[in-house]
Write a protein that binds this ligand. Structure first.
Ligand SMILES: Cc1cc2nc3c(=O)[nH]c(=O)nc-3n(C[C@H](O)[C@H](O)[C@H](O)COP(=O)(O)OP(=O)(O)OC[C@H]3O[C@@H](n4cnc5c(N)ncnc54)[C@H](O)[C@@H]3O)c2cc1C
Length: 832
C-alpha cells in the first residue's frame, strides 16, 4: 500500500471564519469525501449555516479521489434511482453555483445483455426507468455498436440506452460541493481527525478532535471505510468492510470519441468509459478481496493497493470479448483502491438506534459518487426535519442487527457483495457467504425435511421444502423457478388442510410497567387498553401520519404486553418505542426475540390438530379470533395466539426456547393424521398476498399514511388521549387522499410480478407495484401497489372507472384493480 501517493486535493484555503477552531456547531459532519461534503452543502441549503466539516487529511483523500466517475442513475429500486437522478441534476447546477468545474459530461450510458435472462432483467429495469421518469430506449446490438464503435455486437441480445447518464470528476465535484457548502456558511477543517463522539444520556453532545472538542447536538459520520470503527467507539453498529476494487486505464486510443457513452456489460463483470482519450475499464468481479480486515490504517490517505493481475486477467479477457481492442492495446495504469461494502449491498443512512443525534451516511458499495448528491440531500433533510424525505427503509441504518458489525462476518460477506453488483439480480436470490448465523431451535429438523433456507437479518428461514429426491437449492430465473410447484403444494395444504410454518424470526418485544398501557396506547393507532388475552393489530405512526411500524400487540396481563414485528424491523421498532416512552414513565421495553420460538399452525384442520395435543378449549366461542392465552401442549406450556397472516383458521404458538423441540416433535408426530405439511416463506408470501395483507417495508413504509395504505380501520379515532399521527390523518381524511394501496390481479396467469412494475390506468402511468407474488389459489400474479390520481381523490368509483395494465419486462398485461382482497374478502375462513 502506498499512502499519500497522490494528492488531487488542494488544501482548503481558510476563510475568515475558518481560522479559529470552533467550540460549537449546529451540526458536525465528519469526513470530507463526496458524501460528507454533500451532507454539509445540503444542510446549508436548508438554512443551517452553522455547520462544521472535519476531515482528518485532505478532502477526497479517502475513497472519493479514485472513483471512476460513472454517473448512472438506474439503481435497483425506485427510491435509490431517484437519489442517483438528483445527483446527475446537481452536478451541472454546482458548476453554475460555484463557478467550479465538475467535469460532468452527459454522455449517456449503454447497458448490454448477452443472455436471454439478462435481457429480461434489463427489460424489467427499462420498465422501472419509465416509472422514475428517466429517458430510456431499448436498442438492438446493431444500434449499440453504432453508438459504441469499438463494441463487438455479436452475442448481444439487447441493450438499454439512457441518454441522461454520464461521467464527472469525483475530486472536482467534491471540491465544488465543499465550495458551495462554504458559500452557505459551513466551515471546513482539514487535518482534523475526530477521535471520538461525545454523548450524554443517550444523546450526542459533540465530538472530540485533536484540536479540541466541538459541542453539537448533531453529528454525521461520513467517514467511508472508517465509519465502522468510529461508530463502534460510540456503540453504533455500522456494518461495512473495505474491499479492493479495480480498474485499468489503457494507452491512448486514436480517434476515441470524447462523448462515448459509458458502456456497462454486467455479464462480462465490466464497465468501460472514455477517459482523456483512453479507455477506462472497471470490474465487479466475483470473489472480491476484502481489505484491512483488522482496521483501516490510521495514516491511510490517497491509498493505492498493489496490482493483482492474476485476479483481474480472466475478467479483462471477458471484457475484451465485448470490446476487442482491450486485448490489443497496452495498459497504462492498473488501479486498485479500497471501497466499503455492506452485508446487503445497500448503503447506510440515518440516525443510529439508541443514540439521538448520531447520523450515519456511509458504506456506498461503489456507487457513492453517483449516489452521494442524493444521499447527502436525503440525510440533510433527515437531520433538519427529523425524518427521511422519502421512504428510505432499504438503506436505513436501523435494518441492521448488532451482530452484523462482526468483523469476521463482514469479511466473509464482502467476498460476495462486490460481485453481486453486476451479477444477475434474480428474484429470491439468496446470499451464499456468512450464512448460518441465527437459527431457530428447529433448524436441523427442518433441514432433515428438505428445507431450502433463505436469509433474513441473519436468520436462516425455510423458504420452501424439497420433496424426497429433490435437491433443496435454488435454480434462479425470472420465470417460474424450480421450487414453484413445491411451494404451490405447500400453499394448497394451508388452504385445504393444515401447514406448519417456523416463524421464530419474528421480532418480539416485551413492554412492561405500570405505564405500559398508557405509553402503548399513545403510540398505537388501535386501542390496546383491552382485556388481557386480546391481540390487537395496529400501526405506529409518525406525527405526519406515516406508518412507522406494523405490529401486533398482545396484552399478557395488567402490566405487560407482547409486541410482535417482522424480523428485520426489530431494531427499528424497539428504537421507535423507546423514543416514545416519556421521561419518568414506568414502561420498559425488552427484546425477547431469542427467548421464544414460534410455530404457526395454519389451515382449516389446525383446530383438529391442536386439539389433539391440548386440554384447552379451542372452540370459536372459547378461543375466538384475536385472542391469546397459555395452553398446555404435549408436556409443555406455550402461548397460543389465534391470528393469521395467511387468511385461514390458525394459531401462532410462542414457545419458550427450552421446550421448543419437544413441542415441534409433538406437533409433527400428531400431524401425520391430519395431513400436516411443512410450509415455507414463499408459500406464506403467496398466501398473504391473496389476502392483501400488507408487508411493512414493501407495501407500507413511513412514506405512506395509514389511510393511503388502506389501514384506516385500525385507527381508534376517539380513544382517550388519541394517538401519534391522529391529527395529520384527520386532515387527510377530510381532504381526501390522492394515492391508495390497491390490489391488482393479472388476467393472464403467465407473467410474474415481483416489485417496481409500472401500473397503467387508461394508458397513463399511475404507480408501481410495491410487492408481487403468484397467488396459487387464484392462479394468477397478485401485486400490491399505490395508484396516484393527479388533482383528485382516489375513490372506489374512480378506481372502478379505469382499465388497468401492469407492465412486466416491457409488456403490458390487463389487470383487475380493487381495494379488497381477491381471496376471502369477508374473512369468513379466518373466523370459522
Ligand atoms: C476503484 C473505484 C472506482 C469507483 N468508481 C465509482 C464510480 O464510478 N461511481 C460511483 O458512484 N462510485 C464509485 N466508487 C465508489 C465511490 O468512490 C465511493 O462510494 C465514495 O467515494 C464514498 O465516498 P465517502 O464520502 O462515503 O467516503 P470517502 O471518500 O472515503 O470519505 C471519507 C472521509 O472521511 C475521512 N475520515 C475518516 N475518519 C475520520 C475521522 N476520524 N475524522 C475526520 N475525518 C475522517 C477520510 O479521511 C475520508 O476523506 C468507486 C470506488 C473505487 C474504489
Amino acid at each position: 500500500m502506498s499512502t499519500e501517493s497522490a494528492s488531487t486535493s488542494a488544501d482548503v484555503v481558510p476563510g475568515a471564519g475558518e481560522r479559529a477552531f470552533p467550540t460549537h456547531a449546529r451540526a458536525v459532519v465528519i469526513g470530507g469525501g463526496i458524501v460528507g461534503c454533500s451532507v454539509a452543502y445540503h444542510l446549508t441549503t436548508r438554512g443551517w449555516r452553522d455547520v462544521v466539516l472535519l476531515e482528518r487529511r485532505h478532502l477526497t483523500s479517502g475513497t472519493t479521489w479514485h472513483a471512476a466517475g460513472l454517473v448512472t442513475q438506474l439503481r435497483a429500486t425506485y427510491n435509490m434511482s431517484m437519489l442517483a437522478k438528483y445527483s446527475a441534476e446537481l452536478f451541472p447546477e454546482l458548476e453554475r453555483l460555484t463557478g467550479l468545474g465538475t467535469g460532468f459530461r452527459q454522455t449517456g450510458s449503454i447497458l448490454v445483455a448477452t443472455t436471454e435472462e439478462r435481457w429480461t432483467e434489463v427489460r424489467r429495469q427499462i420498465s422501472m426507468a419509465r416509472v422514475c421518469g428517466f429517458e430510456v430506449q431499448p436498442i438492438g446490438p446493431r444500434e449499440a455498436a453504432e453508438m459504441w464503435p469499438l463494441l463487438d455486437p455479436s452475442g448481444i441480445v439487447g441493450a438499454a440506452f439512457l441518454p441522461g447518464d454520464g461521467v464527472a470528476n469525483p475530486t472536482d465535484v467534491t471540491q465544488a460541493l465543499a465550495a458551495a457548502a462554504r458559500l452557505g456558511g459551513a466551515r471546513i477543517f482539514e487535518h482534523t481527525a475526530v477521535t471520538g463522539v461525545l454523548r450524554s444520556g443517550g444523546k450526542v453532545t459533540g465530538v472530540a478532535t485533536e484540536r479540541g472538542d466541538v459541542a453539537s447536538d448533531v453529528v454525521v459520520n461520513c467517514t467511508g471505510m472508517w465509519a465502522r470503527e468510529l461508530g463502534a467507539r460510540s456503540g453504533v453498529t455500522v456494518p461495512l468492510h473495505a474491499a479492493e476494487h479495480f480498474y485499468l486505464i489503457t494507452e491512448p486510443v486514436p480517434g476515441l470519441p470524447r462523448d462515448l457513452p459509458v458502456l456497462r456489460s454486467p455479464d462480462d463483470t465490466a464497465y468501460v468509459r472514455e477517459d482523456a482519450g483512453k479507455l477506462m475499464v472497471g470490474f465487479f468481479e466475483p470473489g472480491g478481496k476484502p481489505w484491512a480486515t483488522h482496521g483501516i490504517p490510521d495514516d491511510a490517505a490517497f491509498v493505492t493497493l498493489p496490482e493483482d493481475w492474476d485476479h483481474i486477467a480472466p475478467y479483462l479477457a471477458m471484457a475484451a470479448r465485448r470490446v476487442p481492442i482491450l486485448a490489443e492495446i497496452g495498459i497504462r495504469t492498473f488501479f486498485n483502491g479500497p471501497e466499503s461494502f455492506t452485508p446487503d449491498d445497500r448503503y447506510i443512512l440515518g440516525e443510529a438506534p439508541g443514540l439521538r443525534g448520531y447520523f450515519v451516511a456511509a458504506g456506498f458499495n461503489s456507487v457513492g459518487f453517483q449516489s452521494g448528491g442524493g444521499a447527502g440531500r436525503a440525510l440533510a433533510d433527515w437531520v433538519v426535519d427529523g425524518h427521511p424525505p422519502i421512504g428510505l427503509w432499504e438503506v436505513d441504518i436501523r435494518r441492521f442487527m448488532p451482530f452484523q458489525g462482526n468483523r469476521r462476518y463482514l469479511h466473509d460477506r464482502t467476498t460476495e457483495t462486490l460481485g453481486l453488483l453486476y451479477d444477475m439480480h434474480w428474484p429470491f436470490r439468496q446470499v451464499e457467504t456468512a450464512r448460518g448465523v441465527r437459527r431457530s431451535p428447529f433448524h436441523d429438523r427442518l433441514a432433515a425435511r428438505g428445507a431450502c433456507f433463505g436469509e433474513l437479518a441473519g436468520w436462516e428461514r425455510a423458504n420452501w421444502y424439497a420433496p424426497a429426491g429433490v435437491t433443496p437449492g435454488y435454480e434462479y430465473s425470472y420465470g417460474r423457478q424450480n421450487w414453484f410447484a413445491h411451494s404451490a403444494a405447500e400453499h394448497r395444504a394451508v388452504r385445504e388442510e393444515v401447514g406448519l410454518f417456523d416463524q421464530t424470526s419474528f421480532g418480539k418485544i416485551l413492554v412492561q410497567g405500570r405505564d405500559a398501557e398508557r405509553v402503548l396506547n399513545r403510540i398505537c393507532t388501535a386501542d390496546v387498553a383491552v382485556e388481557p388475552g386480546r391481540i390487537i393489530y395496529t400501526q405506529w405512526l409518525s406525527e405526519r401520519g406515516g406508518v412507522e411500524a406494523d405490529v401486533t400487540v398482545t396484552r399478557l396481563d395488567e402490566r405487560s404486553f407482547l409486541v410482535v414485528t417482522t424480523g428485520t424491523s426489530l431494531v427499528r421498532d424497539l428504537d421507535w418505542l423507546e423514543r416514545q416512552i416519556p421521561d419518568g414513565a414506568h414502561a420498559i421495553a425488552t427484546d425477547v426475540t431469542a427467548g421464544f420460538a414460534v410455530l404457526s399452525l395454519m389451515g382449516p384442520r389446525s383446530r383438529e390438530l391442536l386439539a389433539s395435543l391440548t386440554d384447552a378449549d379451542l372452540s370459536n366461542a372459547a378461543f375466538p379470533f384475536g385472542t391469546s392465552r397459555e395452553i398446555d401442549l404435549g408436556y409443555a406450556l406455550v402461548r397460543a395466539s389465534r391470528i393469521t397472516y395467511v387468511g385461514e383458521l390458525g394459531w401462532e404458538l410462542y414457545i419458550p426456547t427450552d421446550v421448543a423441540t419437544h413441542v415441534y416433535d409433538t406437533i409433527v408426530a400428531a400431524g401425520e393424521a391430519v395431513g400436516l405439511r411443512h410450509a415455507g416463506y414463499h408459500a406464506l408470501n403467496s398466501l398473504r398476498i391473496e389476502k392483501a395483507y400488507r408487508h411493512w417495508g414493501h407495501d407500507v413504509t413511513d412514506e405512506d399514511s395509514l389511510l393511503e395504505a388502506g389501514l384506516g380501520f385500525t385507527a381508534a379515532w376517539d380513544k382517550p388521549g388519541g394517538f401519534i399521527g391522529r391529527e395529520a390523518l384527520l386532515r387527510q381524511r377530510d381532504g381526501g387522499i390522492n394515492r391508495r394501496l390497491t390490489v391488482f390481479v393479472l388476467d393472464d396467469p403467465e407473467p410474474l410480478c415481483y416489485h417496481n412494475e409500472p401500473i397503467w390506468r387508461d394508458g397513463e402511468l399511475v404507480g408501481r407495484i410495491a410487492s408481487g407474488m403468484f397467488g396459487h389459489t387464484i392462479g394468477r400474479s397478485v401485486g400490491l401497489g399505490y395508484v396516484h390520481r393527479a388533482g383528485g381523490s382516489v375513490t372506489v368509483d374512480w378506481l372502478a372507472d379505469g382499465c388497468y395494465e401492469i407492465e412486466v419486462a416491457g409488456e403490458r398485461f390487463d389487470a383487475a384493480a380493487s381495494f379488497r382482497a381477491p381471496y376471502d374478502p369477508t374473512n369468513a375462513r379466518v373466523r370459522q
